[in-house]
Design a protein around this ligand. Structure first.
Ligand SMILES: Cc1cc2nc3c(=O)[nH]c(=O)nc-3n(C[C@H](O)[C@H](O)[C@H](O)COP(=O)(O)OP(=O)(O)OC[C@H]3O[C@@H](n4cnc5c(N)ncnc54)[C@H](O)[C@@H]3O)c2cc1C
Length: 468
């Protein structure tokens, strides 16, 4: 006997919310999708269309063999992603990237949502999900309305959710030259959970430091959006170039201080300044540049940071930046299926969970929609393997991130999908060198991901069939 299922409410008709509503409906679960535009706008959206792309029109690389976001595209296609289908149908020429006609894309998403018999579209701001809604997905994005952000903050006990978000670059560990850099914590302090050798240190001579500061001062920077001006800095983090403007020695007494560190390659010579990198994920494959939040343009960051000894060949999993963002401390607040521990009726999806980017937000919307549908249909929820792009992203959001190893603010920050989030291959590819070896590794990770994804999809369909 088919019983009518109660609707799941999805708040926010962006990339994540549109995908989540579609996944629910395709699984036979009615969805009510709430979108506040055009009745209330955001500082970046310009239309009343669903899944509006607020800035670039690119879904980034479509290379599913050597690029983590390309792999995420491919996994989403195999998971019947609505956003990917609309993206593919509205593609414009962009070399190896998947770029879309933004108006055509949003129009296709809006029309399909409106036509789906199990989706109801409601316009209006949700300031607090109604008590009668027993299953809600909150997908209100980086520009979540202030009233809802306050309600979430009150429920979670977090002080603030919207930050003038200063993010520091993250480097792939295996691209750091440990013939110049070395592992050591300042004064060899182990601290809670540390070993005394937790940081990677890159030493600079006086000449190198002065050239570095000069490069920061003259480097090309991104301007502020008008609406960003009133938002506070996250935990008082100042961009390094602003610190450099305060005086040539400021950085040397701040994030680049050399004290308590001895270079094992030149034990008799004190470095004039030191750049420290701290482990960023449990796997130990990614390290962030401590205190290096910056508004330098991306190409400038690569050029200038590669002048640091030890980072000459650094590969960046994420570059630094500053923008307004709203996100929750997901590793602390969410369970493995994206439910809020403080109120299990609420799930979160999209950029508000701490992923970054159009595609990642839609992928987390896809997962939230499937999890909520399985729950509504009384099916067992199985998580995607962490070897898949979906699983790696979910693990970063809900638990893969390392808590700080010393005193200081929690360093959970939004992140694009990248191969550093994946567990390493059991055996490194043999017989290749340099770039070839890197490509073989990425290819191996992608092959493993798609094989494991197929197994997961197969398992999910058995669970669904058993519940029919
Ligand atoms: C200025 C800016 C530029 C960006 N540029 C890029 C880029 O170039 N490339 C990229 O990949 N990513 C970019 N991003 C990030 C990108 O916006 C997100 O990754 C993506 O849009 C997030 O998807 P989402 O569904 O989580 O949120 P969104 O797509 O923002 O959707 C959230 C939706 O929720 C609605 N909403 C908010 N509050 C409420 C409420 N209380 N009630 C009802 N509805 C509500 C909003 O109107 C919006 O439609 C940018 C972000 C910003 C802020």
């Amino acid at each position: 006997m088919v019983t009518e299922l109660q609707a799941v409410h999805v708040v926010g008709g962006g990339l994540a919310g549109s995908e989540a509503a579609w996944q629910l409906a395709q699984a036979g679960v009615p969805a009510v999708l709430h979108e506040m535009r055009p009745l209330k706008g955001t500082a970046a959206h310009k239309t009343d269309g669903y899944a509006e792309l607020v800035c670039s029109n690119s879904f980034r690389s479509d290379d599913s063999e050597h690029n983590a976001v390309g792999l995420l595209h491919e996994e989403m296609r195999r998971l019947d992603s609505f956003i990917m289908r609309a993206g593919d149908a509205n593609q414009v020429p962009a070399g190896g990237a998947l770029a879309v006609d933004r108006d055509g894309f949003s129009a296709a998403v809006s029309a399909a949502l409106a036509a789906h018999p199990l989706i109801t579209l409601e316009r209006g701001e949700v300031t607090l999900p109604d008590n009668s809604w027993d299953s809600v997905i909150i997908a209100t994005g980086p520009l979540t309305s202030p009233a809802l952000a306050s309600a979430i903050a009150a429920l979670t006990g977090e002080q603030q959710l919207a930050f003038f978000d200063a993010i520091a670059p993250i480097v792939h560990r295996d691209s750091i030259d440990l013939d110049h850099a070395w592992f050591q914590s300042r004064y060899d302090k182990a601290g809670p959970g540390g070993t005394g050798a937790d940081y990677i240190n890159c030493p600079l001579t006086r000449e190198q430091y002065e050239a570095f500061v000069a490069a920061l001062l003259t480097g090309d920077k991104t301007g502020f959006h008008e609406w960003e001006v009133s938002t506070p800095y996250f935990d008082g983090c100042l961009p390094i170039e602003i610190m450099a403007e305060r005086g040539p020695e400021t950085l040397r007494h701040g994030p680049m201080k050399p004290f308590g560190l001895t270079n094992p390659y030149q034990p008799g010579i004190k470095p004039y300044a030191v750049v420290q990198l701290r482990q960023d994920n449990k796997l130990g494959t990614l390290f962030n540049m401590v205190g290096f939040q910056t508004k330098l343009k991306h190409a400038e960051q690569v050029r200038i940071f590669r002048t640091i000894p030890g980072l000459q060949k650094a590969e960046f999993a994420r570059l630094g930046g500053l923008h307004r963002n709203t996100f929750i401390n997901s590793p602390k607040l969410l369970d493995g299926t994206l439910r809020l521990k403080a109120n299990m009726r609420w799930r979160f999806a999209g950029q508000i969970t701490g992923c970054e980017g159009y595609v990642e937000s839609a992928a987390v919307g896809l997962l939230a929609g499937r999890f909520a549908a399985a729950e509504r249909r009384s099916e067992k929820i199985t998580l995607p393997p962490t070897t898949t792009a979906h699983g790696a992203l979910l693990a970063h959001i809900t638990g893969g991130h390392l808590e700080t190893i010393d005193a200081g603010p929690s360093s959970f920050q939004p992140m694009n999908v990248n191969f550093g989030l994946f567990p390493p291959l059991a055996a490194a590819p043999e017989g290749r060198r340099g770039g070839q070896r890197g490509l073989a590794r990425k290819s191996g990770l992608s092959r493993r991901a798609l094989t494991d994804l197929a197994r997961w999809i197969e398992g999910e369909s058995h669970t669904a069939a058993a519940a029919e």
